[in-house]
Ligand binder design. Sequence first.
Ligand code: NAD
Length: 373
Amino acid sequence: MKIAVLREQAEGERRVAATPETVKKFIALGAEMAIEAGAGESASYADADYAAAGAVVGTRAATLQDAGIILGVQGPDPASLSGAAPGAMLAASLNPFGERARVDGYAAAGIEALAMEFMPRITRAQSMDILSSQSNLAGYKAVLDAAAEYDRAFPMMMTAAGTVSAARVFVMGVGVAGLQAIATARRLGAQVSATDVRSATKEQIQSLGAKPIFVENVAGIEGEGSGGYAGEMSPEYQAAQAELVSGHIAKQDIVITTALIPGRPAPRLISAAQVASMRPGSVIVDLAVEQGGNVEGAVAGEVVTVSGVKIVGHRNVPSRLAADTSALFSRNLFNFLSAFWDKEAGKPVLDEEIGDAIRLTRGGAVVNARLLS
Ligand code: NAD
């Protein structure tokens, strides 16, 4: 089985879907590895290291020729995949709701497209979960990005010239990214508080040494929510949350927002008036900016200043730590494909639970229930 690793084409995408480490592991499984020249360059993985690991480094056309599996970080243009074996599998983050036309293109091209972000959140798939691995590092980077824009220090410092007070950091949305943001801000010495709609996060916030800020008088989501995810909240909840946030946010120096609802635009958590209530020099990082944004006034790809408050809206935050996020993404792909590797067939054979969840196209048609309903 030939596995092709393509150089990413999307603007600003610095990650790569295999590292020399995973190349070696795939070869040990019996696969033949082909890497498009320069694929790892922007993530600090050199062509020579892939070659030393046993891969053939070549042009895109040569890399794709007769490949039975194609690995990517983001979904490649279906028109750019000619030469691959009929029915080739493509495993990448495919943004199925946002890039529906491309999904149809994979079907038309006879590709079996596998959306890694649809991986079910079950224990045995944890090591295959790209959303977790990438969000984790994004949560860390969001705090560093905030610190870089902030004109003050994070920790309390007692100096001969006087005391510098600790920064107050508020994290909104305590999933994988939010938990890492809390831990990172704590490590930097900030005073941290956090909120979520899922009651199960209260204890997690406390266990990281941060203060939970929760809507108490209206029901939120008890426990973990379906598949661990949040849903859209009732108008009563949203109003109570807005009031709670208004009181709290005016006293914060840094706010990191990470709230997402799968398959829907991100919930709006901070209004322009709430931004204006913060003191000048405060910083907000909106990690949900590409999904519509949690913060009014956030602009994808820009750092804007509104009422003296900086709102950071970097796109593709995982790509800003490309070496480490690529290493984790690549291991997610290896853990996934190797778990289903059938030695006799010489290729992965997916089971129903995971296959049905992540397979978007097969045999020329779109087959995923989430896209058909
Ligand atoms: P996510 O990226 O979908 O959302 C981020 C957070 O925003 C979530 O915690 C969500 O509850 C919160 N949120 C949504 N609407 C909100 C609102 N209006 N106000 C405040 N917060 C809001 O979430 P995620 O990081 O993917 O993690 C979701 C859950 O899944 C977590 O409990 C995580 O531990 C769990 N998980 C399980 C597995 C597994 O078992 N394999 C893997 C990864 C994550």
